[in-house]
Design a protein around this ligand. Structure first.
Ligand code: PMT
Length: 398
């Protein structure tokens, strides 16, 4: 898969930078052409001479090229690359990538890159586990970049745990696997819903839930990677969506209903992962409801069920997938939804499972088909769950 591919390897400051030398050799062995960008501090861990000798190309670190008197163009490097692999990726460079900070050649090239970006974090246990680092890993994935997760084992500090950069052989394997052209959804129109809805009772208050949109955005990224024409109808979320996905933001369940039903007739595959409010306030006050001395009751009316409406009007050939978020009698409840909403498949996730459901970057799901077939999956990142769901859908469609 890597034969004749132009691989740009970014190396940042980490003890794992020594593994970049093996990585270069393996890329060359696989028939790729390799250029390396090294940050200034990475030079303390691995020398430009070693990487230049192994890659058979000059190594880039600065904008100014002392030898030619010209400059190393970040734009030219970014345009040259078929794939950009940043390994090892330090916590510092990772945070800068998320924020769009551009204070060295590697970061400027990253910001100019249009090719797929793979990143292999490497850091010590405590750093790797810090919520901000985990958040940054998630953000990069949500931007459509591909995580090569750190492994577990003995770390340079002597601590044991997660944070070791993946071994070069496995990095190559994962990149090769990902690089197999996947056009399994080419020519298909895919509709995905994501995130929460907000049901306002007055101009300052609303009823909502904890959905972050991560599950739906991961599905949209994966479906578009497979060549699908993807429309993502999403409630209020903080995540950015890639340009390859047509995003249609909404706020309330009513707006989500209208938007979804607009795209539904022309969609081949519909995956509804949004957490739509089942009820909305019966009345929307024009101005802020004032506090009084007595208790306050709120009358709620039922929202329309988008998925059920789709199930009832589904045409031959449309594939309809719902989600079920359960807290008890999970399979029984999910099965009831599968039948009553006339779905082809339901994706069950339970709040009883640690790391599953709202807001986590992971999920643990069971796929339940109309035929009764069931596939229980272990806890995985939401990107991997999205891959599994779409693998299953594509297998059924073909
Ligand atoms: O967004 P994240 O933080 O990543 O979290 C992901 C998730 C937990 C929101 C997601 O995995 C999930 O479970 N989504 C469905 C949540 C939900 O509302 O489930 P439900 O069992 O109440 O609804 C069943 C199905 O009917 C869902 O597909 C829902 O989109 C759909 N529905 C529900 C109500 C309604 N009025 N219209 C609908 O279409």
């Amino acid at each position: 898969m890597l034969h004749n591919k132009k691989v740009l390897l970014g190396v940042t400051a980490s003890i794992a930078a020594y593994k970049a030398t093996y990585l270069v050799r393996l890329f060359i062995k696989a028939g790729a052409e390799v250029r390396v960008i090294l940050t200034e501090s990475a030079k303390d861990f691995v020398t430009p001479l070693t990487l230049s000798t192994l890659s058979k190309n000059p190594v880039y670190s600065e904008y100014f090229n002392g030898k030619t008197g010209g400059w190393n163009s970040h734009v030219e490097l970014a345009e040259w690359a078929d794939i950009f692999v940043i390994a090892p990726l330090s916590a510092n460079t990772m945070a800068k990538m998320v924020q769009g900070i551009c204070d060295n050649l590697l970061l400027a090239t990253y910001l100019s890159a249009r090719c797929p970006v793979f990143f292999a974090p490497a850091m010590d246990l405590e750093m790797y586990q810090k919520p901000i680092v985990q958040e940054n890993i998630e953000s990069l994935q949500m931007m459509g970049h591909i995580l090569i997760p750190a492994g577990s084992g003995e770390l340079a500090s002597g601590l044991e745990g997660e944070g070791r950069m993946e071994e070069p052989e496995n990095i190559i394997k994962q990149i090769e696997q990902y690089s197999i052209p996947d056009n399994s959804l080419k020519g298909k129109k895919i509709l995905i819903s994501a995130g929460p809805t907000r049901e306002y009772l007055d101009p300052v208050r609303y009823i909502s839930n904890h959905s972050s949109g991560k599950m739906g955005v991961s599905l949209a990224i994966e479906a578009s990677r497979r060549g699908g024409e993807v429309t993502l109808v999403h409630g209020p979320i903080k995540l950015k969506t890639p340009p390859s996905v047509k995003a249609h933001p909404v706020v309330s369940a009513d707006e989500m209903f209208e938007a979804c039903m607009k795209y539904f007739p022309e969609s081949d595959v519909i995956v509804m992962s949004a957490a739509v409010a089942d009820y909305k306030p019966a009345q929307l006050a024009v101005s802020k409801i004032k506090k009084s001395d007595s208790d306050f009751s709120l009358a709620l009316v039922k929202n329309r069920d988008i998925l059920k409406t789709m199930g009832e009007s589904k045409k031959e050939g449309q594939y309809l997938v719902g989600f079920a978020l359960e807290t008890e009698n999970e399979r029984e409840n999910a099965n009831k939804k599968l039948v009553s909403k006339k779905l082809d498949m339901i994706v069950l996730n339970s709040l009883k499972d640690e790391g599953a459901g709202f807001d986590h970057s992971t999920n643990k799901v069971t796929l339940i088909k109309r035929s009764g077939a069931m596939l229980e999956l272990p806890l995985k990142s939401k990107s991997e769950v999205a891959r599994d769901i779409l693998n299953d859908i594509c297998r059924t469609l073909i």
